[in-house]
Design a protein around this ligand. Structure first.
Ligand SMILES: Nc1ncnc2c1ncn2[C@@H]1O[C@H](COP(=O)(O)OP(=O)(O)OP(=O)(O)O)[C@@H](O)[C@H]1O
Ligand SMILES: [Mg+2]
Length: 367
């Protein structure tokens, strides 16, 4: 069983640059865990500590229940795939894939059978005798994966392995990684700054910022129940809309008053917002939870807002509307049949049961 466990793990560079700040993270055996976050948040450093390429400054790191703080990289039974997967140019695909096994003095027939098995899984058997220069970007990436697979490691570590590929190939390789994980049933830890990749690949995702883990959960829970404004804004595309406003009371009902627009807070959320009465909060609402009123027959009048449409972006299956309340800009994703007029007021409906509220100062989720 190849669990990986980080207990109070920190990394300081040159004594004071805190790249990773007291991380606690448990990765289950066979789990696909994605570390996601903006540039510089400490993702690669975390992965490199697991790999043994960086020392842990403080805390404990376990792989398969073994404390590995002082175990050299080569004895950790992990395989890592980087963004710059530098294949050896003077070696064929076969030789590239066989290289690590040769170093470890595996018998020749074992090497041949492992390379063929790996090539079969990755559909690169026909490329085994080619040199890297004779391969496309996607094929090279597959060979890099192949080099890791043949090792049959306890844990696979990936550091942005798809970021050199063009958009289409990235989507294709993403699906293949999914299949690979299902087939190999190994523990995989995957680093990316791309939230779509994180959402689609991860059994769970750990969202990081400034060396700290903000939230660890399934993709859906992170999307629907973000712990704070940072996670809410980082996960999802287009990003969640945020507006600042005050909680007010009218006839025993709570409202979010943005000055230009005012919407009623749902009954389920009322209990959490009562103590914010008269105070400013941040409301978050995703673009898909805002509808064109024309297509909602029984819209509650207190959730209807009148705003100006500034830009219309047809995406094919849907249309992005860039809207403005007069105080805040926000985006709505509506069906392609909607025909709003530019620069004109239009009426939209907020699904307030899907709204999020954050404390203005701490930015932690209120409801
Ligand atoms: N060798 C080093 N010496 C000093 N500081 C470093 C070193 N490597 C990384 N850092 C710093 O540690 C922090 C975390 O870096 P890290 O490479 O882990 O970020 P990342 O999340 O992988 O970012 P990216 O998405 O850009 O790859 C950054 O502030 C970075 O400048
Ligand atoms: Mg990195």
């Amino acid at each position: 069983m190849a669990q990986v466990s980080l207990q109070n793990v920190s990394k300081f560079y040159d004594g004071n640059v805190k790249a990773v700040d007291n991380i606690n993270l448990g990765i289950e055996s066979k789990e696909f865990m994605v570390l996601v976050g903006p540039s510089g948040c400490g993702k690669s450093t975390t992965l490199r500590m697991i790999a043994g390429l960086e020392d842990v400054s403080s805390g404990n790191l376990y792989i398969a229940n073994r404390l590995v703080n002082d175990v050299p990289a080569k004895d950790r039974d992990i395989a890592m795939v980087f963004q710059n997967y530098a294949l050896y140019p003077h070696m064929t695909v076969f030789e590239n894939m066989a290289f690590a096994l040769k170093l470890r003095r595996y018998p020749k027939n074992e090497i041949t059978s492992r390379v063929h098995e790996g090539a079969e899984i990755l559909s690169i058997k026909r490329l085994l005798q080619r040199y890297p220069r004779e391969l496309s970007g996607g094929e090279r990436q597959r060979v890099a994966l192949g080099r890791a697979i043949v090792r049959k490691p306890l844990v696979f570590l990936f550091d942005e392995p798809l970021s050199n590929l063009d958009a289409k190939l990235r989507v294709q390789m993403r699906t293949e990684l999914h299949k690979l994980h299902n087939r190999l049933q190994s523990t995989m830890i995957y680093v990316t700054h791309d939230q779509v990749e994180a959402m689609t690949l991860g059994d769970r995702i750990a969202v990081m910022k400034d060396g700290l883990v903000q939230q660890v959960d399934t993709p859906l829970n992170v999307y629907e129940k973000p712990k704070n404004k940072f996670v809410a804004g980082f996960i999802g595309s287009p990003p969640m809309n945020f507006m600042k406003g005050k909680i007010i009371k009218k006839q025993d009902k709570l409202y979010f008053d943005e000055e230009r627009i005012c919407v009623k807070i749902s009954d389920e959320m009322k209990q959490y917002l009562n103590k914010y009465l008269g105070k400013e909060v941040i409301m978050g609402i995703r673009s898909e939870n805002i509808y064109d009123k024309l297509f909602i027959y029984d819209a509650p009048p207190e959730n209807i807002v009148k705003v100006i449409c500034e830009v219309i972006e047809p995406m094919g299956a849907e249309v992005y509307l860039y809207l403005n309340t007069g105080k805040h800009s926000f985006i709505a994703r509506v069906g392609p049949h909607d025909k709003p007029e530019l620069g004109k007021y239009m009426e939209l409906v907020f699904d307030m049961s899907k709204a999020h509220f954050f404390d203005k100062d701490s930015e932690e989720t209120i409801a």
